[in-house]
Design a binder for this molecule. Structure first.
Ligand code: 7PJ
Length: 288
């Protein structure tokens, strides 16, 4: 299996293409989370106001976020579905404003209509917790050069934490992601536009999450950039005994561990702290 490469002088670097933004994967990328939902997992409601949302996103950009992930439908365990009109109304104005600033914007959605509208408004990436399985999702993303993140989820947010069972969690999740990546490529989405994500917490127990994290190298070995979202998640709360707003150190530790095991992109709430930690890690790796 071959990854997309980019010749840069005498150095060969893998790339991840997200619309006009072409990321070199020579250093880990940071995706900042912007929830525009009233009931999100950690910052629900706080950023409903559009101006506050925009200034939070711009702050994350200034703090070193490479991408901003905008979500208008909460996918926390037990969350209810949101109708299309509401999601469009929450997400599209923010996508447009941030894209006009030159920010690489990802839209976190499962709905093809939201994907199409977000791409038209300037989104560079579609981040889909359902891995483009909705009818019409592949077709919505295929034209152009929008990047896609394919995430694994077992079940639906409403019920996914009801005792999920796997024979071999690493193999099942990896096989699913490879099948979805193949479906994307067959639909005309070039390899260099595709990232994969094991989907921590989406139909997985703490042991499943830890098993997947320890096996991240098997995902990186596919050649697709691996995106990891562990920021403030319940598994970190279970390990540390900390409430959601006290999981900063745990989240930074998890992001570093993921990058050390081959993650190319980390999806985080606390951009500034994660960027600092990754700079130190990267300097040590490079010895410079
Ligand atoms: C993830 C996500 C994740 C990707 C959420 C939360 C829940 N997208 N969207 N990966 N998690 N790709 O932030 O806790 O892990 S929403």
């Amino acid at each position: 299996m071959h990854a997309p490469f980019h010749l840069d002088g005498n150095k060969v670097t893998r790339i991840f293409r997200c619309g006009a933004h072409v990321f070199e994967l020579s250093r880990p990328l940071v995706m900042g989370v912007l929830n525009v939902t009233p009931d999100s997992f950690s910052d629900g409601g706080r950023f409903l106001d559009r101006q506050i949302a925009l200034s939070h996103a711009r702050r994350m950009r200034d703090d070193g976020a490479d991408l901003i992930d905008i979500g208008g439908e909460s996918s926390r365990p037990g969350a209810k579905a949101v109708d299309e009109a509401t999601e469009l109304e929450r997400v599209i104005p923010i996508v447009g404003a941030l894209a006009r600033d030159g920010i690489a914007v990802a839209v976190d959605t499962r709905k093809p209509a939201v994907m199409r509208a977000a791409i038209a408004a300037g989104a560079s990436m579609v981040n889909d917790i359902a891995a483009l399985t909705a009818p019409g999702a592949l077709e919505a993303c295929a034209p152009g050069t929008t990047g896609v993140c394919l995430m694994h989820m077992r079940g639906e947010p409403a019920t996914m934490q009801d005792a999920p069972i796997y024979d071999n969690v690493v193999k099942e999740v990896r096989d699913f992601l490879l099948a979805r990546a193949a479906a994307c490529e067959a639909a005309g989405i070039a390899r260099e536009r595709i990232a994969i994500d094991p989907g921590f917490g989406f139909g997985k127990t703490r042991v499943h999450n830890l098993t997947l994290l320890r096996a991240l190298g098997d995902f990186a070995a596919t050649g697709y950039p691996v995106l990891v979202g562990l920021s403030r998640k319940k598994s970190l709360g279970d390990i540390t005994g900390r409430a959601i707003d006290e999981r900063l150190a745990a989240s930074v530790a998890a992001a570093l561990a993921a990058v050390a095991r081959g993650a190319s992109i980390v999806r985080v709430h606390d951009v500034r702290e994660t960027v600092d930690a990754l700079k130190v890690w990267d300097a040590i790796e490079r010895g410079a």
